[in-house]
Design a binder for this molecule. Structure first.
Ligand code: UDP
Length: 478
């Protein structure tokens, strides 16, 4: 445990796996730096974590606290039902979080809150505590969200996917992205009516982030330098400290142990043994993350595409991946046979380990930011099928900006899946293979001693120490 006079950082993630994971990685880094770290989960997730003794053992230096998320106990909170958390957290959590902070015997030196939990910035302001915002998206997507108002003003929202609109027309009103971002690449919320509650939620949250004193991003300078520098027009300080999952692996204290321990769900490790029996770079890993759901038809198109490609595949199929009430229904015999022959399906895979495995040759992904960064770092090229939130932007960056994969956006038929899988796994895209290797090296170097993210993490640590010292000095003067 850190001494009582150490800096104390309170970290508040949005209560979803993709947000908790990078913020918990940051919590671990700050705890290793000798800080007291209080990590505030929702009661619901706290209870899930509490079931896993291994989880608590893995984070001896972090104090896990919790507040209610405002939803009834029997609410599903998974898949698309997780969207209810946007409104429940905004309306319900602020006074409870404020009481929690005000009652702490060790006053926080700063609060690091998720970019979509901006009530925490208000609480920090009211209690006179410095606030830093952590956006769990890429810099490019964060920058795009800061232009939602502009996109509405320019009549770019709503993007209508059906009808006569040219979805491939370039968007000109986001500086730095004029030659890259097409209408279809805008975040999924841009397909909604401007008055839609979810779009409004994101606009409010993004604009409130401006009140924080600094921005933390799980990215690295070599990947997104031009956009990070544009973000400096909003935030005096931007800490690009990713890829956080690798930053921990690189740190001296943490060169052994279960790195995947920030998962809320137990892993099915059996697939690792299966991977050991596969040829080098022969297997396609498939996962649609923690929120995206498929219709039965979409599931069938992917499944046929995978089986017809004749490539071995490992597919993480969450229990709630299919949103049709009747589940997947009858599975055709040829799919069962094809999967038995060349495939493996698990409920929840140890994704970081899977991607790092040398039998994996590519990743068919929904393009969530964690998955994208994990794949980039592991040097695995992607096929992107983005659906929600930032995923459309990530898919575009992967295929056009960084050239580390192919974008299958807005298409879902078995022949396209088959064609793309064959093309990727047979290494037919030379530019993709080359960039994937180069960018993986840059990602790994960024978190090594002297690398850009390593320096930025150290700067964040030093800046928090300074905030702590200033707090103490001002208390001493009173
Ligand atoms: N993940 C995992 N096992 C799985 C599927 C996903 O460990 O079977 C992890 C993955 O490593 C990633 C996170 O869940 O860190 C998903 O985050 P991402 O931002 O990619 O997607 P989202 O949570 O938004 O769906």
């Amino acid at each position: 445990m850190a001494p009582m006079d150490a800096p104390h950082v309170v970290i508040l993630p949005f209560p979803a796996q993709g947000h908790i994971k990078p913020m918990l990685k940051l919590a671990e880094l700050l705890s290793q730096a000798g800080f007291t770290v209080s990590f505030v989960n929702s009661d619901h997730n706290h209870h899930r974590i509490d079931q896993t003794a291994a989880f608590r053992r893995h984070f001896p230096g972090i104090k896990f606290l919790s507040i209610p998320d405002g939803l009834p106990p029997d609410h599903r909170r998974t898949g698309l039902a997780a969207l209810d958390l946007f409104f429940s957290t905004t309306t319900f959590c602020k006074p409870i979080f404020k009481n929690l902070i005000a009652s702490m015997s060790h006053a926080p030196s700063c609060i690091i809150s998720d970019g979509i939990m901006s009530f925490a910035i208000d609480v920090a302001e009211e209690l006179g505590i410095p606030a830093i915002t952590f956006r769990t998206y890429s810099a490019t997507c964060t920058w795009t969200y800061f232009h939602l108002h502009k996109l509405i003003q320019e009549g770019e929202i709503p993007v209508l996917i059906e009808g006569s609109e040219d979805m491939d027309r370039l968007i000109s009103c986001i500086p730095g992205l004029e030659n890259i971002m097409r209408r279809r690449d805008l975040p999924s919320i841009c397909r909604l009516d401007p008055q839609n509650q979810i779009l409004q939620f994101y606009m409010t949250q993004t604009s409130k982030m401006r009140k924080a004193s600094a921005l933390i991003l799980n990215t690295f300078e070599e990947l997104e330098a031009p956009i990070i520098s544009l973000l400096h027009s909003i935030f005096p300080t931007v800490y690009a400290i990713g890829p956080l999952h690798t930053a921990l692996k690189s740190s001296a204290v943490h060169n052994s142990g279960p790195y995947n321990s920030s998962s809320l769900m137990p892993f099915d490790e059996s697939c690792m043994e299966w991977l050991n029996s596969q040829n080098l770079k022969s297997v396609l890993y498939v996962s649609f993350g923690t929120v995206v759901s498929l219709s039965r038809d979409q599931l069938m198109e992917f499944w046929y595409g995978l089986v017809n490609s004749d490539k071995p595949f490992l597919w993480a199929v969450r229990p709630d991946l299919i949103w049709d009430e009747n589940g997947p229904g009858e599975v055709p015999e040829e799919l069962k046979m094809g999967t038995k022959k060349r495939g493996r399906i698990v409920g929840w895979a140890p994704q970081e380990d899977v991607l790092a495995h040398n039998a994996i040759g590519g990743f068919l992904t929904h393009s969530g930011w964690n998955s994208t960064l994990e794949s980039i770092t592991a040097g695995k090229p992607m096929i992107c099928w983005p659906i929600l939130a930032d995923q459309q932007v990530n898919g575009r960056c992967v295929s056009e900006m960084w050239k580390v994969g192919l974008d299958m956006k807005d298409v879902c038929d078995r022949s396209t899946v088959e064609k793309m899988v064959r093309g990727l796994m047979e290494g037919r895209h030379e530019e993709v293979t080359k960039s994937t290797n180069e960018i993986a090296r840059l990602a790994q170097d960024s978190v090594r001693e002297g690398g850009s993210s390593h320096r930025n993490i150290n700067k964040l640590i030093e800046d928090i120490k300074l905030l702590h010292a200033t707090n103490n000095a001002s208390k001493g003067n009173k």
